[in-house]
Design a protein around this ligand. Structure first.
Ligand code: 5GP
Ligand code: MN
Length: 322
C-alpha cells in the first residue's frame, strides 16, 4: 500500500475508472477515491462507460463521472472493482497510454493486471479497501466520502446479508454513520423507490423462472422484448437474481440477460450476460472463469455469444456435477 500511496501523492493528473454496468460498490469506491484525491489537490477524471443507475444518482459528485474521455496526458490510472481490465470497456485503449496503472479490487478471479495491485479477496467490497487507503493517506473523511463508502459496503454485502459480510463492514459503516451518514436516507434512495416498469420487469422475471430436473439449479431469463415492454434498462435487473437464488433446494441460480443497448432492437440479439449466484456449496467464480468471466465464489458472471436455447443448455449441463 505504501508504494501505491507514494505514486498517488507524486502524480498530478489521475484517471479513475470502474466497471461497466456499475453497482453501488463500483460507484461508491469511484467517488470516494476521487473525493479523497481532490483533497490532495490532484486533477481527477472519474470515468464509467455506462450511465449512472437512477438509484445511485443521489451520491455526491456522481455528475462528475464522464462516459467519454480524450487522452489528457494522465500520469496515473486507478482501476477499481474490476477483476480484469476489459471490465472498464472502451477506455482500455486510453489506459495503454498512461504510464502507471493501479489495480484495486476484491475479486478472487482478479488477473493482477496493472503495474501495482491492491487486492484483498477478504474485503467485503472495494469500498472497504478504499476506506483503508484513505486512512493510510491520512486524508480526513467528510460526509460525502462517508456516504460513498457506506453505500458501497451496504450494496456489495446485500445489506449485510451476503457471505462477504465481515466485521469490517459493520465497523466501517458505524464510523461512517458517526460522520453523519443517515442509513435510512441511503436505504430509501437505494431500495425505497422503484419505477413502475421495474416492478413489471420483476413480474416477467419471476414468470420466466425454470428449475432443473434435480431441483438444484434455477434459471431466470430477461430478453430485449421484456425491457422494451416495461421501458426498463439493464440497471433495473439489479437484485432480481436473488429471487431465483432463494428457492428451496436451489444451489445455483443463473440469470440470463439478453444484451440490450437501449435501442428498439440491439444489433446483436445473440449476446447474453449470465449472472451466477450460489448457496456457498458451488464455486461460481470458477464456473464463470471457465466461460471467460469472473467474480466471487458465490456471485459471478460472464458474457457469451450464442442462441438463448444453447446458453440454457450449457447452464443446465452444470447440474451434472451438482
Ligand atoms: P453480476 O452477476 O451482478 O453482474 O456480477 C456478479 C459478480 O461477478 C460481480 O462481482 C462482478 O464484478 C462479477 N462479474 C460479472 N460479470 C463479469 C464478467 O463478465 N467478467 C468478470 N471478470 N467478472 C464479472
Ligand atoms: Mn465490489
Amino acid at each position: 500500500m505504501d508504494i501505491i500511496i507514494r505514486y498517488l501523492k507524486n502524480s498530478s493528473r489521475i484517471f479513475i475508472a470502474t466497471h461497466t454496468n456499475p453497482d453501488g460498490d463500483a460507484i461508491g469506491s469511484l467517488v470516494a477515491m476521487g473525493l479523497s484525491l481532490d483533497s490532495l489537490n490532484k486533477k481527477i477524471t472519474l470515468y464509467n462507460e455506462s450511465p449512472i443507475p437512477a438509484v445511485y444518482r443521489f451520491l455526491p459528485s456522481v455528475n462528475r463521472v464522464v462516459r467519454n474521455i480524450n487522452n489528457e496526458n494522465y500520469d496515473l490510472a486507478i482501476i477499481l472493482d474490476c477483476s480484469d481490465l476489459q471490465r472498464i470497456g472502451n477506455a482500455v485503449s486510453i489506459i495503454k497510454t498512461i504510464p502507471i496503472t493501479i489495480n484495486i479490487d476484491h475479486h478472487v478471479t482478479n488477473t493482477r493486471f496493472g503495474n501495482f495491485q491492491l487486492i484483498d479477496t477478504s474485503a467485503c467490497a472495494t469500498s472497504e479497501i478504499i476506506y483503508r487507503l484513505i486512512k493510510q493517506m491520512a486524508v480526513p473523511f467528510n460526509k460525502a466520502i462517508a456516504t460513498s463508502i457506506y453505500t458501497g459496503i451496504l450494496t456489495d454485502t446485500g445489506s449485510f446479508r451476503f457471505s462477504n459480510t465481515n466485521k469490517a463492514a459493520f465497523a466501517i459503516c458505524q464510523e461512517m454513520v458517526e460522520l453523519g451518514v443517515d442509513p435510512y436516507n441511503i436505504a430509501q434512495h437505494v431500495y425505497g423507490t422503484y419505477s413502475l416498469g421495474r416492478i413489471k420487469l420483476l413480474n416477467l422475471a419471476l414468470d420466466s423462472i425454470e428449475i432443473s430436473d434435480n431441483g438444484k439449479l434455477s434459471i431466470m431469463t430477461l430478453t430485449q422484448d421484456m425491457f422494451n415492454e416495461t421501458h426498463t434498462q439493464p440497471e433495473d435487473v439489479d437484485g432480481l437474481i436473488n429471487y431465483a437464488k432463494r428457492i428451496e433446494d436451489v444451489k445455483v441460480a443463473a440469470l440470463i440477460q439478453q444484451h440490450w443497448n437501449g435501442k428498439e432492437k440491439s444489433i446483436n440479439c445473440n449476446r447474453f450476460h449470465v449472472s451466477l449466484r450460489s448457496d456457498g456449496t458451488v464455486d461460481v467464480a470458477a464456473i464463470a472463469a471457465s466461460f471467460g468471466g469472473g467474480g466471487h465464489s458465490s456471485a459471478a458472471g460472464f458474457s457469451i455469444e450464442s442462441t438463448l436455447s444453447d446458453v440454457k443448455l450449457q447452464i443446465l449441463k452444470l447440474t451434472e456435477t451438482m
